[in-house]
Design a protein around this ligand. Structure first.
Ligand code: SF4
Length: 457
């Protein structure tokens, strides 16, 4: 039941506007207003779309579930050669330490699948074999003990070969991701078919044609899995076009109950790839679509993991691990080197703090008090000085060169107190009285007017 391309295209335009699961009904918010303020949490409003749950892994590598009510997992892919065993292991360990739930490796050659036998005993998390063109690589990877297979319908089109892989996975209870990708979706062998497909793509309705090809090929491919009575399937449909990604996943989500692997393919370097990736992924996740994600950068894959996890945290889809850092962008009022300070704080927090302590680094008293009230540990700066607060209580007023160490000292001590049960995260004890910016902060840019907040007894 193929929808025509115009209909598919129009659904994209609509879907950008119809993100009903994450829309906030203003009347509803008014009704829930509490003392003049509205409190809502986007995570409470995200209704995840029900999908099948698949679980894979083993005792040695841990188990990962994708779909159902399992947390949205974050995955990535090694950038180096799989057959360079020590380097590959080192890269997987680095990605695991960064927080990846599973890691994919490319197996283009037999020496890569041969390496898996040595790699698998040395890594702590499930490994996925990324297979293109050669179905034998999938069979070898399965034999080597890999935990999941990724196949691309765009380049293993021989149904008998696909059936062989499915049966091998079935025997070992290994799931398969079926991934269509804009870069390899157009027919390459059959010239007639290729010309027809390219004709659509180079038409004015390129977007709709791509979407139609993606869905058609996915449906054809998934028929093979259904015929083989194999249902441990994860689906992906990636494109470099964020809007096509949104529409493709919405379409797939409406058609299948398989868990979905979200991603924007070939998103570019991190500097630009972040927006290209996060814009559609956040949209889909807020709509309840997506069970695992991979952010793809032309960069160290550690960033893919870090940014994927941060996306989960800010959407409230996973509990935060490690400190949360808030920092002001600085402006003409700044009187310390805040950019340097923020980078140093970020690095140290990642190394030393495991609890989700909220830390605010603010440049001055304009927004400093508000952010510091909401943070567990906070500093706002003045003229080459900084005042440090712990849950709203002022604990130190130090020179600029002492801020980093003084802030970290408070973070470490606070973490220890939380672990001993003597303090609670997110518990504010007092409201902050904005200090006199000319007085104790020694700022020269003038006194801030306004009414001091009342002290909470
Ligand atoms: Fe500027 Fe102060 Fe706001 Fe930072 S907190 S951006 S320094 S006004």
């Amino acid at each position: 039941m193929q929808r025509d391309s115009a209909e598919l295209k129009s659904s994209l335009r609509l879907c950008v506007l119809r993100n009903s699961a994450s829309f906030v009904d203003l009347k509803d918010l008014k009704g829930r207003a509490n003392g003049g303020w509205v409190h809502y949490n986007i995570a409470d409003m995200i209704q995840r779309r029900p999908t099948r749950r698949i679980t894979f892994g083993d005792e040695a590598h841990g188990f990962v579930s994708i779909g159902g009510d399992a947390p949205v997992s974050v995955q990535t892919m090694t950038a180096g050669f799989t057959h360079e065993i020590d380097k590959c292991v080192a890269e997987i360990l680095k990605l695991s330490a960064a927080g990846a739930d599973l890691v994919r490796v490319a197996v283009p050659e037999k020496k890569d699948t041969a390496a898996l036998k040595e790699i698998l005993p040395r890594v702590p998390l499930p490994i996925v074999a990324d297979v293109h063109f050669h179905f034998q690589r999938a069979l070898e990877a399965i034999e080597a003990g890999v935990h999941k297979i990724r196949l691309n319908p765009g380049n293993i089109s021989d149904r008998s070969q696909v059936r062989d892989v499915i049966q091998a996975c079935k025997a070992k209870k290994i799931p398969i991701r079926v991934g269509v990708n804009e870069g390899s979706i157009v027919e390459r062998k059959d010239k007639q078919k290729r010309l027809k497909e390219l004709g659509g793509i180079f038409s004015s309705d390129k977007h709709g044609h791509f979407l139609a090809i993606m869905i058609t090929k996915l449906e054809e491919y998934l028929d093979i899995f259904r015929e083989e009575d194999f249902h441990d399937v994860v689906i992906s449909a990636k494109s470099i076009d964020p809007l096509l990604v949104i529409d493709a996943y919405r379409e797939i989500s409406a058609r299948f109950d398989y868990p979905l692997h979200l991603g924007v393919t070939h998103a570019g370097p991190r500097e630009t790839g972040t927006i290209r990736s996060v814009a559609p992924l956040a949209h889909l996740l807020c709509s309840g679509i997506g069970d695992t994600i991979r952010i793809s950068y032309a960069s160290d894959p550690v960033y893919e993991v870090e940014d994927g996890l941060e996306l989960m945290y800010v959407l409230g889809l996973r509990p935060r691990v490690g400190a949360e850092l808030i920092a002001c962008p600085t402006c003409g009022r700044i009187q310390v080197d805040l950019f340097r300070l923020v980078q140093e704080v970020r690095k140290k927090l990642a190394e030393e703090i495991q609890l989700p302590i909220k830390v605010a680094v603010m440049g001055c008293v304009v927004n400093g008090p508000g952010e510091c009230e909401g943070a567990d540990i906070a500093i706002f700066a003045g003229d080459r000085r900084g005042i440090i607060y712990v849950q709203g209580e002022k604990v130190a007023n130090v020179r600029e060169e002492e801020i980093l160490e003084a802030l970290l000292k408070e973070c470490r001590a606070f973490q220890d107190r939380v672990e001993r049960g003597e303090a609670k995260l997110g518990e504010k004890k007092v409201d902050i009285l904005p200090p006199d910016p000319i007085g104790e902060l020694g700022s020269g840019w003038g006194k801030v007017s306004g009414t001091a907040l009342p002290v909470v007894k």
